[in-house]
Design a protein around this ligand. Structure first.
Ligand code: SAM
Length: 237
């Protein structure tokens, strides 16, 4: 499988880049006439046939690997490169959008190169998981800014919003999820030091329901994966 940009597809032909030719011919050892799958990361896959520096589209393919709910994961950025693994694993689990947020206790202010890196990781993970869509990775913003964006957007769709909090006696996410035709879920997980009380209050005011992921305190990089696993299990067909 290779990912292509829309501009590469012209009149049933795929104009391959040098890197793609190298990958198909040198790495995958394909020859002219061999078939492979081209995907645009936006829901379209094509069975294609290699023909020297280009490829011919043989037929569109139907891909049914997406969840029937759109999940946005709001994650307070963890230390170092730990977010890479969150992006990779949550992409495998079916996330639609990842919104990295800077919370009161976030220790990191990422460089713009990090955003490019996370987008590349999401594209690679989507390809290896045979996803029809590559998740969107938003630019990191302050948690309060993210809350107001979600609030204005979600009011128009049938949505549930949750904020994960290990302290307090909140209901388990598993018992809060409803599988009754909702279109989207937003779920937020905090940083190593946890959310502040004000952040939890602001989230509740913005329509988020505080939920538990169990009695044990999970690491900041484990919590998003557990949350995604529970949600995807609930919405898998
Ligand atoms: N020092 C924090 C504390 O004592 O609460 C722990 C923060 S935890 C390492 C990082 C984040 O993961 C939390 O802010 C929360 O969003 C999520 N989390 C971890 N364990 C959780 C649990 N059992 N239930 C719900 N959320 C949890």
């Amino acid at each position: 499988r290779i990912a292509i940009a829309p501009s590469q597809l012209q009149q049933g032909q795929i104009l391959l880049t040098k890197e793609q030719q190298h990958y198909l011919v040198r790495v995958l050892r394909l020859r002219d006439g061999d078939r492979f799958i081209a995907m645009d990361g936006k829901g379209k896959w094509w069975l294609s046939q290699l023909a020297t520096e280009q490829a011919q589209v043989l037929q569109p393919l139907t891909v049914e690997t997406e969840l029937h709910v759109s999940i946005t994961l709001m994650v307070a950025l963890p230390k170092g490169n730990a977010f890479d693994e969150v992006v990779r694993t949550c992409t495998e689990l079916g996330v639609a959008c990842i919104a990295p947020v800077l919370s009161d206790r976030t220790l990191l202010n990422p460089s713009p190169q990090k955003l490019e890196r996370w987008r590349r990781i999401a594209a690679e993970a989507a390809e290896q998981s045979e996803r029809a869509f590559v998740p969107t990775i938003l630019e990191p913003v302050a948690f309060n800014t993210a809350l107001s964006t979600v609030n204005s957007h979600q009011s128009s769709v049938n949505s549930q919003q949750y904020i994960c909090e290990g302290r307090g006696n909140f209901p388990h996410l598993r018992y809060c999820l409803q599988n009754k035709g909702q279109e989207s879920i937003v779920i937020a997980t905090g940083p190593e030091g946890g959310w502040t009380e004000t952040e939890i209050e602001n989230a509740i005011a913005a329509g988020f329901q505080p939920v538990s992921l169990g009695r044990r305190i999970l690491r900041a990089v484990t919590a998003p994966v557990v949350a995604l696993t529970l949600i995807s299990a609930n919405f898998e067909v």
